[in-house]
Design a protein around this ligand. Sequence first.
Ligand code: NZQ
Ligand code: ZN
Length: 388
Amino acid sequence: MNNFIYENRTKVYFGQGCVKEFLSSLTRDNRNILLACGINSAKRNGIYDEILNILMEAGKNVVDFSGIMPNPTYRKVLEGIHLAKKHEIDLILGIGGGSVMDCAKAVSLGARCSGAPWENFWERKGIVDFTPIPVGVIPTTAGTGSECNGAAVITNEKTKVKIGYDYAKCNPAFALMDPVYTYSVPEKQMTSGAFDSLSHIMETYFSEPDEQNVSDEIGEALMRSVIRNTLQAVKNPKDYTARSNLMWLSTLSENRLIKLGKRGDFGCHLIEHQLGAYTDCNHGQGMAVLQPVYYRHIYKDGLRKFARFATNVWNIPAEGQSEEELAQEGIQKLADFIREIGLPATLRELGVREKNILKKIAISSHYSMGGYRKLNSEEILEILTECF
Ligand code: NZQ
Ligand code: ZN
């Protein structure tokens, strides 16, 4: 294993009813709360009112910051920073999916930093030598893991760059995770979130070191669990066991734990983020389209690991099969799973119509330094063209 330092300061309150039980005590010392939420789901399904009532009864000054869109824009972050400064906000409470949680974290950082937030913390990785406004999150989707990390993935709509770095000081102070809050998520968003969790594990697993290490073994168990619970949740969306497992799997996949001692790839994420910057596509669905094709391009560079993936994750018997055959079968199983849970497998299905943007996406994609092979923009373009 490589050396590491581990820190994760988010305190998690997990389970049905946790918001009602803990929110007022967690906000006891706060006065001015910025209530961040998405476009309309939380207001439509009653979650927003439930939370607002708790805060109003406790006499808090609540400032509404709603309308955070999927793939949150830098313009929206600037709007939140303005509100946070104007109302002397001392807690940002994000209710929603990864987009809302990321935007809440971005505002918390941007409202306290000196200088231009985008240039200093997104255009390049900056140093957070100040304390961002504390953030609390109440996730209503499962998948990104944003509730327990310091990343805020933001789209600069002017420069067409979608990016985020994991800043430890931006970890939420607390996360109230009630799986029942995810019941109203449409099936396609549920499966896209589940696939996002799976993709985080795969992006970590398919990177060095590959010799026996605990991160890879945890990763295999998590992958099997995501697959099993997703299939169960597709059959019965109100299966509390499956939905609660998926919610916790989301956290475990992206709270830095399995990254310890690993280089991590995330090359496919870097391509998908640019795909999102140009097309505004759904993140998990974008990953579902790209990841099998990406792996068909790189598997020979990590052949043994892809063969191990086939046997340990997809239960493909190893006897009588070469590593090459196993690796290919494992990737095919992944592609079949994507189809089985109803996710798109091509860019066309994702709604991409113009082939001519693919070159712009390829050229603007950042390269991963941790994958089995560093791709150049020509090969990224090949991958995107194959996905079309
Ligand atoms: O905006 P509203 O009306 O709330 O609707 C949302 C949105 O349309 C809806 N939704 C959320 N909770 C719901 C619900 N609908 C019904 N019932 C509920 N309970 O779902 C739609 C998608 O929401 P979004 O937050 O965009 O989805 P997700 O959680 O998948 O987050 C995706 C964002 O997170 C970033 C992605 O790039 C993308 O911008 N990521 C963040 C990461 C992180 N911070 O670590 C890592 C990931 O790799 C990812 O990049
Ligand atoms: Zn992701």
